[in-house]
Design a protein around this ligand. Structure first.
Ligand SMILES: C[S@@+](CC[C@H](N)C(=O)[O-])C[C@H]1O[C@@H](n2cnc3c(N)ncnc32)[C@H](O)[C@@H]1O
Length: 259
């Protein structure tokens, strides 16, 4: 790794707790170098120097290192499997669902899950924790305001039930919002709770190094109760899930095995 970039990643880790070395290097370096160039700095050392007095440079950096693209019902056929097969099976042995939407970005994923759970069990029997490293994305998630095109995959019935037209967009109804707790959480550094029946972590693992991923799979496995489900993104299948105590139950879904 070049010394200038190494200096930068070390300092950023010291100051923010974010370890950029756990993200795939080529991709991350390209993105940050283009931002640095755009801001007019010839080296990462100079760039970091100015960050000490200009907070907005740090905010911009954090914004650039995260990619927030999300959608309601992203990959609809996968959500259908969750709704029609996996959740009903889970509910045969347990009457409550404690779920975690990890790296939830601007909220489309936890709100999708909430719409599905609303149809399957009484409101008081489920809870959703939704987390992301990006505070700005979390603020938007909490606000719950989306433009029409974001709602393309939402079934009409749910659109009518859970969204209210407001100006040029739609607001998520409070009945969904009140079931979700949004919280800042760094998957690579913070501790995990260990009480979940369902963990959804999609389209973020692709940015991490292999070592970081292995570490995360172990932590997800510990965080799930036996029989609980891990739901990953469409390019994030786990190679050899058994080594983490998982068995594949459908494409992109893994069940935590009993010991
Ligand atoms: C492409 S979005 C995925 C959103 C959603 N899960 C989906 O699949 O539609 C990736 C999200 O991962 C978040 N992220 C990146 N690094 C993270 C980390 N170390 N801990 C928690 N979230 C992280 C980003 O802020 C971003 O919101």
């Amino acid at each position: 790794m070049d010394q200038d970039y190494l200096f930068f990643t070390t300092q950023i880790k010291n100051q923010t707790g974010i370890d950029l070395s756990l993200y795939k290097e080529a991709q991350m370096k390209r993105r940050l170098t283009s931002l640095r160039d755009k801001k007019g700095y010839a080296s990462f050392r100079d760039y970091f120097g100015d960050m000490q007095t200009k907070n907005e440079l740090v905010d911009e950096l954090l914004e650039r290192m995260t990619i927030n693209v999300s959608e309601f019902y992203r990959n609809p056929s996968r959500w259908e499997v969750l709704e029609t097969k996996l959740l009903p099976k889970l509910l045969q042995s347990k009457k409550t669902i404690n779920a975690w939407s990890a790296a939830c970005s601007t909220g489309e994923e936890p709100y999708t899950l909430s719409m599905i759970l609303e149809g399957l069990l009484p409101k008081e029997n489920y809870s959703i924790q939704a987390t992301d490293i990006d505070e700005l994305a979390l603020k938007r998630a909490e606000l719950g305001y989306y433009l029409e095109r974001a709602l393309q995959e939402v079934p009409n019935e749910n659109k009518e039930k859970y969204f209210k037209k407001d100006g040029i967009g739609y607001k998520v109804e409070n009945c969904l919002k009140e079931k979700i707790t949004f919280e800042k959480h760094n998957l690579l550094a913070d501790s995990y709770k260990n009480t979940f029946d369902l963990i959804i972590c999609r389209n973020v693992l692709i940015y991490f190094t292999e070592e970081a991923k292995i570490h995360l799979y172990k932590k997800f496995s510990k965080a799930l109760r036996p029989g609980g489900i891990l739901y990953v993104g469409s390019t994030e299948q786990i190679f050899n899930p058994k080594q983490y105590g998982f068995q594949s139950v459908s494409t992109f879904f893994y069940e935590k095995m009993s010991i």
